[in-house]
Ligand binder design. Structure first.
Ligand code: PLP
Length: 416
């Protein structure tokens, strides 16, 4: 117990200590210490997650839901325990609202192919924003093409923000769904999702939030956001690849038709008729990624152990510092200066092609991403084919940003 009258003060966030929990970050690249700034693409995995995967296969592996033997019970417990853990992470009322999928892409396709197919018809509209990842464009485009519906786009400002007045104007009597990124993977923009949901719900339009870049950086509470679907990928929240989750409002999930057919999604099958299983199993045909789910639960525990406020403050500081330092590099221009930023800074450097920036930085041990970031319509909006993007995680430090800036000096000397 602390001395009377003294408030407990959280220990300062020690990113260097956090970094030491990631074996891959200790490996040199081209003989240089690795500075990993490609976290928006995928985050590295802490030892706890790697060990959890090994333990699952060494001690628990069997197929879920089907066996009466001990290992099947253990595997089922790990898998269903992970579902409850994900529900807690998202602030969901009920674990049945969590469907395990491969990742955000699969989650969005699931909603498009079930909810979308049932609700969208000829002449209807689906509304998205101009900053969406291809995963939150193409499934809706495919659906609209199939149904004779129209995809409408909320424009993006020069700063990389959307205007809620535009959104309100575009929510029409034929709008059947709004699909919006929590955080833009290409610009780092934090969208005003809660306000967007309120606007959409005011005219009876359900909302899907693409949380691929929200879940790693921001506290997520689906009840507070008020949305109807929330999708995220395990591999971006320090979990394994191949696992992610779709959260959906129970009433909606219950009314939605199933997507893929197969084992586990049925209660009974005859050649004449199949009775589908209840939610969430109705949407989980076939053997799921049990090890991945267990690893994801461990990743979420691990993140929670860092303290969500400390994590948020650390990443805010990093993104702000990076934006400031990059803006000061001669010839560099930030692409997107949004009102609120999380985890990502995109930039271009005078006449240097972003791929050349990426290649030279790689020789310095600095890993960034260059290209269109699976957001080609957004790149076109800014008149660009590509940008260079640095994206941050809990283990990054201001020293990593300094290494990036030093690398850019080298790029300028070589090509500028
Ligand atoms: N949405 C956003 C905003 C993303 O950044 C990404 C991946 O980068 C995705 C969707 C797709 O995620 P995944 O490839 O894990 O399905």
């Amino acid at each position: 117990m602390g001395a009377p009258g003294l408030q407990a003060v959280a220990a300062p966030f020690d990113a260097e200590r956090v970094k030491r929990e990631f074996p891959i970050l200790a490996r040199p690249v081209h003989g240089k210490p690795l500075v990993y700034l490609d976290n928006a693409a995928t985050a590295q995995k802490p030892r706890a997650v790697i060990e959890r995967l090994a333990r699952y296969y060494e001690e628990e592996n069997a197929n879920v839901h089907r066996g009466v033997h001990l290992l099947s019970e253990r595997a089922t417990a790990a898998y269903e325990g992970a579902r409850a853990r994900v529900a807690r992470f998202l602030g969901a009322r009920d674990p049945r609202e969590v469907i395990f999928v491969r990742g955000t892409t699969e989650a969005i396709n699931l909603v498009a192919q079930t909810f979308g197919r049932a609700r969208v018809g000829p002449g209807d509209e689906v509304l998205i924003t101009g900053m969406e990842h291809h995963s939150n464009i193409v499934p809706w485009q495919m659906l609209c093409r199939e149904k004779g519906a129209t995809l409408r786009i909320v424009p993006v400002s020069d700063a990389g923000d959307i205007d809620l007045a535009d959104l309100e104007r575009l929510l029409g009597p034929r709008t059947r769904l709004l699909a919006i990124a929590h955080v833009s993977n290409a610009l780092g923009t934090v969208n005003p999702v809660k306000e967007a949901v309120a606007r959409a719900h005011a005219v009876g339009v359900p909302v899907l939030v693409d949380g691929a870049q929200g879940a790693p950086h921001l506290p997520v509470d689906v009840g507070d956001l008020g949305c109807d679907f929330y999708a995220f990928s395990g591999h971006k929240v320090y979990g394994p690849t191949g696992i992610g989750a779709l959260w959906g409002r129970l009433e909606l999930l219950e009314e939605m038709p199933p997507w893929q057919g197969g084992g586990d999604m049925i209660l009974s099958v005859s050649f004449e008729r199949t009775v589908y299983n209840r939610v969430p199993y109705k949407f989980e045909a076939g053997t799921p990624d049990m090890a991945g789910a267990a690893g994801l639960a461990t990743a979420l525990d691990w993140m929670a152990g860092l303290g969500p406020e400390a994590l948020l403050a650390h990443e805010r500081d990093l993104a702000g510092y990076a934006a400031e330092q990059l803006a000061a590099v001669p010839g560099a221009r930030l692409v997107g200066t949004p009102r609120e930023r999380a985890g990502v800074v995109s930039f271009v450097l005078k006449d240097v092609h972003p791929h050349d920036i990426g290649t030279i930085l790689d020789r310095e041990g600095v890993a960034i991403r260059t290209g269109h970031h699976c957001a080609q319509p957004l790149m076109s909006r800014f008149g660009l084919a590509a940008t260079a993007r640095a994206s941050f995680a809990v283990y990054n430090t201001r020293a990593d940003v300094d290494a990036l800036v030093r690398g850019l000096e080298k790029v300028r000397r070589m090509l500028g």
